[in-house]
Design a protein around this ligand. Structure first.
Ligand code: NAD
Ligand code: MN
Length: 489
């Protein structure tokens, strides 16, 4: 309910739900192996639920060790032929996949939202179009590989295993698959256990595109499936692992691969600083802060979760931010007016709740917006912590939820020092009217991506990746080709 200040008229948005009537979701999805959907060897299927309703959406095969063995064998058998194709022929397959994603975009957006809880507005306007854009982008690179990495001769790595998280399910699949295939590799993708459906629709798209069997394998399952893919079964390992997810699992994977010749890239967590200088356009900065931390319920590895505000404008920024937060619409992700949808899973909700409780215990001041939350499903009201100290857990650990912690600074040097005072280094934001200051600060920040006067902006041409415990390797643009190629000379 909103009351207009000048006229005093009280009004509310009418519901604007997207229809799911046109979507055909199967009751069950098998593994996508050898170009076909197949039952898992041990017959195990598990339901994936809609976190906004707690209702099952479909049953999905759970890949076990024998399925991993079959996947690696199928991929090995397909790789040489795929790599031997004319570069332009590989490009044509990628273009087809990109266009089919566009054709099925409405369906993909609805399924992404039903399976994962993110607002339809985001899956429709960001996740799906960007997934298509990644395939278009790397289709263009397939016949220009050596120019992308400045080499005379390049070769694919072979079979790559790719493990993705639940926060951007289709988009992360596209970030992984598009460059790998463009470079002549074949891929085995393991989607996250709570959000496997759009990857399985992408498998249907691979069929429609007549992609040769074995070039893409989709192996749904949980951490044990991922662990088998990393370690290999019966000595049959993949040639590279590309992982996006938590730092804890990233560390485990790195330890498992130490001393082997399996290549590795890791895109892990973050605790990114969003820095607001006193000379910034403050209303614009507030929009950027909101987009930085409440976008996708804060389930974003590069979320602007540490808000650094210059002391002279602290009170003004916090007042404007709190007022703006009050206008966020939390609830049904299928409603086109929803800004903040459902938390992805019960486990993630309890992680957020535990860290927020720690913030209160340690003495920071918590404010959560007053909003009606649906009775079923997993929800967390957008939350602001002030009076946080740099040592508080909420200022150090990744919360991965709609929770922002405010710290302050006096000088530019202090802003840089505080921003870099993190074991992570994925992204940062700088809000200032002074171009020279933005460049100076950006070059002093240990962060893979630095946004100036914007936040959470993604583009397939731009490299993305971390420093320190945020991982290594880059995805996107020509830099994203290098981790999928051997440079021969
Ligand atoms: P996770 O790292 O456990 O899961 C990510 C992917 O790795 C999933 O596909 C999962 O099945 C797989 N996996 C899990 N254990 C594995 C293992 N031992 N070997 C191989 N693969 C394995 O992430 P989570 O438990 O879903 O989330 C925990 C925390 O991770 C979140 O609170 C958040 O802080 C962080 N996270 C970060 C990102 C990111 O984009 N950087 C994404 C998701 C979660
Ligand atoms: Mn789900």
């Amino acid at each position: 309910m909103t009351t207009h200040t000048r006229t005093g008229i009280t009004w509310d948005y009418a519901p604007a739900p997207e229809s799911a009537d046109h979507i055909r979701i199967q009751d069950r999805y098998g593994l996508f192996l050898d170009g076909e959907f197949k039952d898992p060897r041990d017959g195990r299927y598990v339901p994936t639920i809609n976190p906004a309703t707690e209702e099952p959406v479909a049953e999905v095969a759970h890949g076990g060790p024998d399925d991993v063995t079959a996947a690696v064998a199928s991929a090995r058998a397909a790789q040489a032929k795929w790599a031997a194709l004319e570069d332009l022929e590989r490009a044509k397959y990628l273009f087809r996949i990109a266009r089919l994603i566009q054709e099925r975009s409405r369906e993909l957006a609805v399924v992404e939202t039903l399976d994962g809880g993110k607002p339809l507005r985001e899956s429709r306007d960001v996740d799906i179009p960007l997934a298509a854009a990644h395939f278009f982008h790397y289709a263009g690179w397939a016949d220009k590989l050596r120019y992308g990495v400045n080499a005379r001769e390049v070769r694919p790595l072979g079979v790559v295993g790719q493990i993705v998280p639940w926060n951007f399910p289709l988009l992360m699949a596209a970030w992984k698959l598009a460059p790998a295939l463009a470079c002549g590799n074949v891929a085995i993708l393991k989607p996250a256990e709570t959000t496997p459906l759009t990857a399985l629709l992408l498998a249907e798209i691979c069929q429609e595109a007549e992609l040769p069997p074995g070039v893409v394998t989709i192996l749904p399952g949980d951490g044990s499936t991922g662990a088998s893919l990393v370690r290999g079964v019966g000595g049959n390992r993949v040639d590279k692992i590309a992982f996006t997810g938590s730092t804890a699992v990233g560390r485990d994977i790195q330890a498992a691969l130490a001393g082997t010749d399996t290549r590795l890239t890791l895109e892990l967590g973050g605790k990114s600083a969003n820095i607001v200088f006193e000379d910034a356009a403050l209303d614009q900065a507030v929009e950027g802060i909101v987009n930085g931390i409440f976008y996708n319920q804060g389930h974003v590895c590069c979320a602007g979760s540490r808000l650094l505000i210059q002391e002279s404008v602290r009170d003004e920024v916090i007042a404007k931010l709190w007022q703006r937060m009050g206008r966020l619409r939390v609830g049904d992700p299928m409603d086109k007016n929803t800004d903040v949808g459902a938390i992805n899973s019960a486990e993630q909700l309890s992680r957020i709740e535990a860290l927020v409780a720690a913030g209160e215990d340690e003495g920071a001041t918590r404010r959560s917006i007053d909003c009606e939350l649906p009775e079923r499903g997993y929800w967390f009201a957008p939350t602001l912590f002030t009076d946080a100290s740099p040592a508080h857990r909420i200022a150090v650990e990744e919360i991965f939820g709609p929770v922002v912690s405010v710290l302050t600074f006096r000088t530019q040097a202090e802003a840089i020092e505080k921003a870099n005072n993190s074991r992570y280094g994925l992204a940062a934001g700088i809000w200032t009217d002074k171009g020279a200051k933005a460049f100076e600060v950006a070059s002093a920040l240990k962060a893979g991506v630095v946004w100036q006067n914007t936040y959470n902006h993604f583009d397939p041409t731009a490299a993305f990746g971390g420093y320190k415990e945020s991982g290594f390797g880059r995805e996107g643009g020509p830099a994203g080709l290098r981790p999928y190629l051997n440079v021969v000379r």
